[in-house]
Design a protein around this ligand. Structure first.
Ligand SMILES: Cc1cc2nc3c(=O)[nH]c(=O)nc-3n(C[C@H](O)[C@H](O)[C@H](O)COP(=O)(O)OP(=O)(O)OC[C@H]3O[C@@H](n4cnc5c(N)ncnc54)[C@H](O)[C@@H]3O)c2cc1C
Length: 292
């Protein structure tokens, strides 16, 4: 490739190309290739380029959301709050990001760790990967996972209070964070706000309320943006979009915040928190490139 690149440069640079330039390019290309190959070789010692995940179960929790449980062929070394890119066998080379809803089980010796990964996947209309995971995947199917990514990682030993805001399946990484804090024995004050468009979409509320009862440092709040015709309101659930609920609660100064869910919700809630005096570096979230 180095030779081809230099030949192309020589051809198109015309008289600008000299023996000296050719030698400089060749040296630079050599250095870059060496650094990349050495880094790839050292990375391969500790982590593969991808993991295989065998589908263990697909449990529907609403009409279009399912909890997908995977077992990886090697331990998957992520931190609670992170996400994995996933490729399903029916759409080769199409990768989509899904948050991990379970606390990390590495080291596998942790008591009670089953080594399984859980994803909360919402099938979006005409979406390729999400529909395959929710409506097509069966136990025994093999998906591929890229290395874990994401900056929404919480230090259990920090003492600042924590605000977790999750919209829809955005609650998945927040569940992992809460459970990881519980496992680490942390005593951080945690306010968790969980919202959805409609009451019937609050599929994780029962599990969250159970955690709220069990963990004295956790308070769970829920909100729905639109009333559901013919359905009774869920007791204890506020009306309003999450950003509105956050704007009228607080005060939030002194808090660290993690925001997870649809990009519009993240943008609005971030603006509310910045207005409330939370410094930008205390607000963690992960978005697709170009979504902010
Ligand atoms: C950090 C991060 C974490 C995430 N975590 C989760 C999670 O935990 N759970 C979850 O469910 N999702 C999560 N997502 C979203 C997820 O990555 C996917 O974007 C989502 O599942 C849709 O992927 P898809 O392949 O099904 O849809 P796509 O095929 O990408 O389609 C997306 C939308 O575009 C429309 N579309 C596609 N092609 C066309 C076309 N040719 N013309 C017109 N419209 C088109 C589709 O109708 C659909 O509405 C996360 C995203 C990020 C960035």
């Amino acid at each position: 490739m180095g030779a081809a690149l230099c030949a192309a440069l020589e051809r198109y640079c015309g008289r600008e190309w000299s023996e000296e330039t050719a030698q400089a390019w060749s040296r630079v290309f050599g250095v870059i290739a060496q650094v990349m190959m050495a880094a790839a070789a050292s990375d391969a010692q500790t982590s593969p380029a991808w993991w295989q995940g065998e589908v263990q179960s697909v449990e529907p929790v609403t009409r279009d959301i399912a909890v997908v449980t995977l077992r990886t062929d090697h331990p998957y070394p992520y931190r609670a709050g992170q996400y994995a890119s996933i490729e399903v066998p029916w759409w080769p080379r199409v990768w989509r990001n899904y948050s991990l809803a379970t606390p990390s089980s590495v080291p596998a010796a942790r008591p009670g760790a089953d080594g399984l990964l859980r994803l909360h996947v919402k099938a979006v209309p005409a979406g390729w990967v999400s529909n395959a995971l929710v409506h097509r995947a069966q136990p025994g199917d093999i998906v591929r996972l890229g290395p874990p990514q994401g900056r929404m990682v919480v230090d259990p030993h920090e003492r600042d209070p924590l605000l977790l805001v999750g919209g829809g399946t955005g609650v998945a990484p927040l569940l992992a964070i809460v459970e990881e804090l519980a496992l680490s024995g942390a005593r951080r004050t945690v306010e968790l706000h969980y919202g959805a468009r409609r009451a019937e979409e609050l599929y994780a509320l029962t599990a969250l309320r159970e955690l709220d009862r069990r963990l004295p440092w956790l308070s769970v709040h829920s909100a729905v943006a639109e009333p559901s015709p013919g359905m009774r309101p869920v007791p204890g659930t506020e009306r309003g979009a999450l950003s509105e609920v956050i704007a009228r609660s607080g005060p939030w100064d002194g808090y660290n915040a993690c925001l997870s869910g649809p990009s519009a919700m993240i943008r609005r809630t971030r603006a509310v928190l910045l207005d409330a005096g939370v410094p930008t570096e205390h607000i963690l979230y992960d978005l697709e490139e170009g979504q902010m």
